[in-house]
Write a protein of this length. Structure first.
Length: 109
């Protein structure tokens, strides 16, 4: 299994829709990646230059191929991945603010 630190530019006007889908648990049942993607996006952070970052477990080559087709490419652009050991990505971004708490007009769920 591989883990990646994912960095992406959010399509800002679609983030409320993504949050609604996460809150409604629409992404979690997607197979085989839904649970990992849901966890990553629920816990995504916003870095100092305004990019969204999270750690993702993935088995695809290229990384996140299925996730991009099903979900990510609708909400993000300029996606990049950096291989990390499990948990190291989360530790690296732990001090950053939550994506969802950082949004103007945030939705609580």
């Amino acid at each position: 299994m591989a883990h990646y630190l994912v960095t992406a530019q959010a399509i800002t006007d679609r983030l409320a829709e993504l949050k609604e889908r996460l809150d409604a648990e629409e992404i979690r049942p997607l197979r085989p990646f839904g649970q990992a993607l849901d966890h990553g996006l629920q816990n995504a952070r916003l870095n100092e230059v305004g990019l969204v970052v999270w750690e993702e477990e993935d088995y695809c080559h290229p990384p996140l191929a299925m996730e991009r087709e099903a979900v990510l490419d609708h909400y993000f652009t300029d996606l990049s991945v950096k291989p990390v050991r499990q948990g190291d990505g989360w530790r690296e971004i732990d001090s950053l603010p939550s994506l969802w708490e950082s949004l103007p007009g945030k939705t609580n769920g």
